[in-house]
Structures are given as structure tokens and as C-alpha cells.
Design a protein around this ligand. Structure first.
Ligand SMILES: Nc1ncnc2c1ncn2[C@@H]1O[C@H](COP(=O)(O)OP(=O)(O)OP(=O)(O)O)[C@@H](O)[C@H]1O
Ligand SMILES: [Mg+2]
Length: 236
């Protein structure tokens, strides 16, 4: 590939502090992701998948190693940013989708989608509502814009969460088991939505337990005990 990488992780180690001592959840991971990839990450429970995604989103920090991301402002070393800069960087450059949707229950759908737009300060308040409604339209939920999340289904809530993740037009979308709480038909609709986003130029890194999805990623990797490994070891 000719393009420069969107994401480069070099020898990333994450140790959690526990009462029993330091627990190594990531043991020196390298990862290079190019623009336009749809990367699937698989591995058993406890393999370190969510820990890895938290390093990429800047929700948590590596104990050792480097994480570089290409942005419109140039190449940024996440491991070099302080907390405030990291939070600002995350708000502008990353969209995150979780298994459990994580919508705010007291806000309407359009307000949920507006929230990251308003926090970024990139849009005038009037425009942020308009942009949120456009995003809800893209996920075919504009008819429900003024409902609260408890009044729509799980699949619909996940579509709102995707709209929210796209609010600041991030180059990279990161999804941690986004279809894990959904029935198979709804899960497939969500996955198809990710495939379309990749076709429009987004880069997506997605954690899943569903081996049936493997042929649909542009690439996949297996994690086992904090290290890249073979499918046999990862899934045995
Ligand atoms: N905050 C924490 N403090 C201590 N240990 C942690 C912490 N978070 C995760 N761990 C441990 O690190 C390891 C990796 O956890 P992680 O959540 O990344 O796994 P996972 O692959 O996402 O699993 P799952 O498929 O169940 O979501 C596990 O052994 C877990 O118990
Ligand atoms: Mg996890």
C-alpha cells in the first residue's frame, strides 16, 4: 500500500495494577493499520481486546510503547499527549461504538448525537442540530429523533450510537463487540452499515466473537493472552 499508515503501535505493553501485583494485559504489541482497512480482531474473553481498543482510542494509556496516529494536523504520538490534549484529540479523530450502546437515557436521540458535536466546538449550535438530524437520517432514524432511547429497539439504539460516533467525521471508527447484544438479523444490518462506511472511506477496527464475519473483514488478527497469535491458539 502506498498511503502512509493511519495507526502505528510499537511494542505496546499495558500492565494493570491489581492487589496481587502488576497484571500484563498487553505484552508488546505491534500494529499498523492503513486508511480504508476494515480490521477484525478476535480472541477469547480476557485476551486483551478491549484493553487494546482503549489504547487506540486514548481512553487509557500504555505502560510502555508508542502509538502514532496520522491526523489532518500531522502525525500525533498519543503516548506523548497530556490528559486534556488526549481528550481533545479523541473528540476530533475517533468514533467509538460499544456493545452496550451507551446512549444517555435522559436525552433524545438527536440530543445524544449532538453531544460530541457540541463538545468539539467545531459547529455552531444551530448547525450541530442540523448535522445530528442528517446523521440520524443516514441511519434511517430521523422519524424517531425526538424520542428517548428507552422507546426504541436495541438495533435502533446501536444505529444512534453509530450516528453519534460519526458526528465529528472521524477517519477511524473503533467498535468493541458492536453486534454482541443483538439478534443475528439486526447484527447483520449493523455489520452491513459498517461495510458501507468502509466503502465511503472510513477505517474501522472492530472486535468480535463472531468467526462467521471473518471473510467480510479486509483483514483480521487474533489476540491471545496479550499477544498476536494463530487462529488455533486464539480460539482453542
Ligand atoms: N482495570 C483493570 N484492572 C485489572 N485488570 C484488568 C482491568 N481491565 C482488564 N483487566 C484484565 O486484563 C485482561 C484483558 O482484559 P480485556 O477486558 O482487555 O479482555 P477482552 O479480550 O476485551 O475480554 P472480553 O471478550 O471478555 O471483553 C483480563 O484478564 C482482565 O481481567
Ligand atoms: Mg472486551
Amino acid at each position: 500500500m502506498n498511503a502512509s499508515p493511519l495507526l502505528e503501535m510499537r511494542q505496546v505493553v499495558k500492565r494493570y495494577r491489581t492487589p496481587a501485583g502488576a497484571y500484563p494485559a498487553l505484552k508488546g504489541l505491534d500494529l499498523t493499520v492503513y486508511p480504508g482497512e476494515f480490521l477484525g480482531i478476535l480472541g477469547k474473553s480476557g485476551a486483551g481486546k478491549s484493553t487494546l481498543l482503549n489504547m487506540i482510542t486514548g481512553v487509557d494509556r500504555p505502560t510502555e510503547g508508542e502509538i502514532w496516529m496520522q491526523t489532518e494536523e500531522g502525525r500525533v504520538g498519543l503516548h506523548l499527549l497530556d490528559e486534556d490534549a488526549l481528550a481533545r484529540w479523541r473528540g476530533r479523530n475517533i468514533g467509538v461504538v460499544y456493545q452496550s450502546f451507551q446512549l444517555l437515557p435522559m436525552l433524545t436521540l438527536v440530543e445524544n448525537v449532538m453531544l460530541p458535536i457540541d463538545l468539539s466546538g467545531d459547529y455552531h449550535p444551530r448547525l450541530s442540530r442540523q448535522r445530528a438530524l442528517e446523521l440520524l437520517d443516514m441511519v434511517e432514524l430521523s422519524a424517531h429523533a425526538h424520542k428517548t432511547p428507552d422507546l426504541i429497539s436495541g438495533g435502533q439504539q446501536q444505529r444512534v450510537a453509530i450516528a453519534r460516533a460519526l458526528a465529528n467525521d472521524p477517519a477511524l471508527l473503533v467498535a468493541d463487540e458492536p453486534t454482541g447484544s443483538l439478534d443475528t438479523v439486526t447484527a447483520d444490518a449493523i455489520f452491513t452499515m459498517f461495510e458501507r462506511l468502509v466503502q465511503t472511506g472510513k477505517t474501522i477496527i472492530m472486535v468480535t466473537h463472531d468467526q462467521g464475519l471473518l471473510p467480510r473483514f479486509s483483514r483480521h488478527l487474533f489476540l491471545h493472552d496479550g499477544q498476536w497469535t494463530s487462529p488455533e491458539e486464539a480460539l482453542s
